[in-house]
Write a protein that binds this ligand. Structure first.
Ligand SMILES: [Cu+2]
Length: 180
């Protein structure tokens, strides 16, 4: 394979990966332009209430790592602003957390006083599939024996393939880059 053709190959793969990455989930920056802060009394409850979070969405916490952090906690500790039992702690100041399951995800700032001042957010990820009516088989046509493709199975396979691919994007890209 010539160098130019290899470059084109890499370009195409990067383009495809880029498109899939965009399609895999929405990035939500907590607090929007204000970010993750105690300044300005951002109402994170209100911020979250205006969003519809889905699995694969990315929750982005942007803040000064000198002054804040991000701790994922249990509901009881979220309510009481107890930062002693974090499920996960993030301290980079630019933390992207990908939602992998539905339900509530509770975050607070572990710096003393900040959670009490309102620096806490509940990301509630709805189980969208359950809100849809259960898929029923298409009504059988009494006389016609025409081939009717099964809609559910034919749709599911590519979706899972796509989902897997986008989740393993960086591995795929690393392999591609290594090969070329
Ligand atoms: Cu803080």
């Amino acid at each position: 394979m010539g160098l130019e053709r290899a470059n084109v190959g890499v370009f195409i793969v990067v383009m495809i990966c880029g498109c899939m990455q965009i399609g895999s989930g929405t990035v939500y920056k907590v607090g929007d332009s204000a970010g993750w802060t105690t300044i300005g009394k951002v109402d994170y409850k209100q911020w979250a209430a205006t969003k519809t979070f889905k699995v694969n969405d990315v929750i982005l916490f942007e803040y000064s790592s000198q002054f804040h952090n991000v701790m994922q906690v249990k509901h009881v500790h979220y309510k009481s602003c107890n930062a002693s039992f974090p499920i996960a702690t993030h301290t980079s100041g630019n933390d992207s957390i990908t939602i992998t399951r539905h339900g509530h995800h509770f975050f607070l700032c572990g710096v003393p006083g900040h959670c009490q001042a309102g620096q806490k957010v509940d990301i509630n990820v709805l189980r969208l599939s359950s809100s849809l009516p259960p898929s029923s088989p298409p009504t059988a046509l009494p006389t016609s024996s025409a081939i009717v493709p099964a809609p559910s199975s034919s749709k599911a396979a590519p979706f899972y393939a796509l989902s897997w691919f986008s989740n393993h994007l960086w591995i795929v890209m690393a392999v591609v880059v290594a090969l070329f």
